[in-house]
Design a protein around this ligand. Structure first.
Ligand code: CTP
Length: 397
């Protein structure tokens, strides 16, 4: 569990988005964090303390005047790793910016000696109001991290202006990053990750591609973001949503991928080539849709560029480069050969013909190979594989 032993105060103020705070409390608890929920009077009107106590397994604070928990505001402001306020209403932001301490949550915020992350949520006009913008600016200058709000439906109906709180999964990603980045060597580093297949046209509608889902690359992007990296995800066509906080550049063909990698490399500290580029393209793609009744086709296929090999010279000298090797059987020798030819620091060997690993599934079974050693890993979720890969990268950064 990635957040074992970590302590989080989750402040909830009075907005309808407090229903999302329930999911955040649950996700943090499942990830191993001890979550102390603190409700304002308005927050408790929307979701009661019993709900949060059931979700976190810990008592919830609602008042400064609980006699058996005197000084709780001071203790919680100090003996915790992070304070999160979600939702943060316009009124809460105003009170915090002024330094008021008229309830348990604002008292904790004033006594705090730990990082603070807030997820504003309110009516779009309230958010756009100069008073709210000024308060947010004050809090940002104090070092608070502000996540959202985003454009989306509000309690009063559809809106094309910002005001809606970010979704729980997005907030969770930022909370995880706030908790984990300080101990990672990838913090503030530029990590470029490629993911998914590429497509090479045969005619106007048909393509050569492969069954890569992009899941391994997307898991790597999520994990790198959680470690505090600036992440650029170069993605071929996939059905996946971009991970929160990650910059995405979409590509189609292997040539597009090569161009995108070339553009990104000068600023990159790490390159992980998890993409499965199409290795062949039609020598003469047809501009029209070829009718089936024309019968059998003979295609001449030519190899596409090898992105890793052709971009060796564009790599900054300190850049740590990771490749993958997809093999049929006994792949260690072939993977070592690719490691050498493509001048990699690490190659991740996996096999094509395993039902629970490789393409399209959520798990993978890999061996990490470096010039001087190898580590065989058991079957595990791709996010856990991503952790092992990035641990190995951190050792080389
Ligand atoms: N790769 C690349 N450009 C390509 C094909 C692959 O940069 N046109 C990268 C992949 O992203 C991966 C590594 O090279 O990180 C190895 O890919 P793999 O498909 O195993 O090997 P190939 O080099 O394509 O060799 P072969 O098809 O002969 O196994």
């Amino acid at each position: 569990m990635s957040l074992s032993g970590r302590r989080v105060v989750l402040g909830v103020s009075g907005g309808i988005a407090s229903y999302k705070a329930c999911t955040v409390a649950r996700r943090l608890t499942e990830a191993g964090a001890a979550v102390d929920v603190v409700l304002t009077a308005g927050g408790a009107q929307f979701v009661g303390p019993v709900t949060f106590e059931a979700l976190t397994g810990r008592p919830v604070l609602t008042s400064l005047w609980e006699r058996d928990r005197a000084l709780a505001h001071v203790h919680l402001g100090h003996d915790t790793d992070l304070i999160v306020v979600a939702p943060a209403t316009a009124h809460l932001l105003a009170r915090a910016a002024l330094g008021l301490a008229d309830d348990i949550l604002t008292a904790i915020l004033l006594a705090a000696r730990v990082p603070i992350l807030i997820a504003p949520a309110m009516n779009d006009h309230m958010f756009a109001h100069p008073a709210t913008q000024q308060n947010l600016e004050i809090l940002r200058r104090r070092g608070w991290t502000v996540v959202g709000p985003v454009v989306g439906p509000l309690a009063e109906g559809p809106s094309d202006q910002r005001g809606r709180m970010v979704e729980p999964e997005v907030l969770f990603a930022f909370v995880e990053r706030a908790l984990r980045a300080s101990t990672s060597r990838l913090r503030d580093r530029c990590v470029v990750i490629t993911a998914g297949p590429t497509r090479e046209p045969l005619d106007a509608v048909r393509v050569i591609t492969n069954p890569s889902s992009g899941k391994m690359g997307y898991a790597l992007a999520e994990e790198a973001f959680a470690r505090g990296a600036r992440v650029l995800l170069i993605s071929g066509p996939t059905m996946l949503s971009p991970p929160p906080g990650v910059e995405i550049r979409r590509v189609r063909s292997t040539d597009d991928l090569q161009q995108a990698v070339e553009d990104a490399l000068p600023g990159a500290d790490v390159l992980v080539m998890a993409a499965a580029p199409a290795d062949f393209r039609s020598a003469a793609p047809e501009p029209h849709k070829r009718p089936r009744r024309e019968g059998q086709i003979t295609l001449t296929l030519t190899p596409t560029a090898d992105v890793l090999e052709t971009t060796v010279d564009a790599r900054p000298p300190h850049c740590v480069v990771v490749g993958f090797a997809l093999e049929l059987a006994d792949g260690t020798q072939r993977a070592r050969e690719k490691l050498r030819l493509k001048q990699l620091d690490l190659i991740v060997l996996n096999y094509v013909n395993e039902a629970d690993a490789g393409f399209e599934v959520d798990t993978n079974r890999v061996t990490l190979i470096t010039p001087d050693g190898e580590t065989v890993l058991d079957l595990m979720p791709k996010r856990a594989v991503a952790q092992h890969i990035l641990d190995a990268v951190e050792a080389r950064v």
